[in-house]
Design a protein around this ligand. Sequence first.
Ligand code: FES
Length: 136
Amino acid sequence: MIVHQQPIVESSERDTLSDDDKLPLFPDQPQPEPYTTVAQVGDIQEGHGKAFPVGKRMVAVFLHQGEYYAIDDFCPHQGASLAEGYITDCTIACPWHHWRFSLDDGTWVDNPKLGVDKFPVRVFNQQIQVQVPLES
Ligand code: FES
């Protein structure tokens, strides 16, 4: 008989765990990627972006009209940092040749069949966190 023993968690630590940090109900099932903290609230100015290394890639995180967005930082045209681009109407324009990508889903506005990866982003305990597949 296999017994899965729960680790002892102090009550103060338990109170700070998010739903995604808790032990999985079914440990043999594929689990969602963990969230990674990239910055603190206040580190990214409204209307701007910053790039952060997460696993093997750079992730561009933007603050637009009070909402955070996270997409791949690497422009598929010639590799500029999209975090250095310009936000208009919930799109980011690449700083080099102005290809525009949706902050909502990462699609290339001028050719929606293409785009960059979009990642879930959240604020937890004043930390900006992104959920990026760590294998990619
Ligand atoms: S490098 Fe981004 S549009 Fe050219």
